[in-house]
Write a protein that binds this ligand. Structure first.
Ligand SMILES: [Zn+2]
Length: 142
């Protein structure tokens, strides 16, 4: 999560909301990282999680991320939760909860919806205070 926080700090350099993600292989090795690049690239789908998923899949040479873990500083939104289910990822670890738009336990729980055919394990609230503080500081400075 500390690596994800450092990745999130990169997003703020381009005026992007500081959200960072790291994607680990089944053996715990680092496959990919990502941070929000919506402002940097003008791409509405350029969330940290989506970028990390795309890069990890490219690194592995396949779309299935079975057994992999995504660590992200903010609870995934509906788009990212959908992408995580589509990638068949094994585990999602996040820091700050997003009561307004979170789709991994707060507003929705897309990743653990029993109607879907894949449900990753979810670990919430890791380094939650540090993750929340980083976001709060960004929005306060606007
Ligand atoms: Zn998202």
């Amino acid at each position: 999560m500390r690596h994800a926080l450092a990745e999130a700090a990169q997003a703020a350099l381009t005026g992007d909301v500081p959200v960072g993600a790291v994607l680990l292989g089944p053996d715990g090795s680092l496959l990919a990282t990502g941070h929000n690049e919506r402002e940097a690239t003008g791409d509405p789908t350029a969330h940290a999680e989506v970028l990390a998923i795309r890069r990890a899949a490219a690194a592995l040479g396949e779309w299935r991320l079975s057994g992999c873990t995504l660590v992200v500083t903010l609870e995934p939104c509906t788009m990212c939760a959908g992408a995580l289910v589509q990638s068949r990822i094994g585990r999602v670890v996040y820091g700050a909860r997003d009561e307004k738009a979170g789709a991994a336990g707060s507003l929705w729980d897309v990743v653990r919806d029993r109607r879907l055919n894949h449900r990753p394990e979810v670990v919430a609230g890791v380094l939650e205070e540090a993750c929340s503080a980083q976001l709060t500081a960004f929005f306060r400075a606007l």
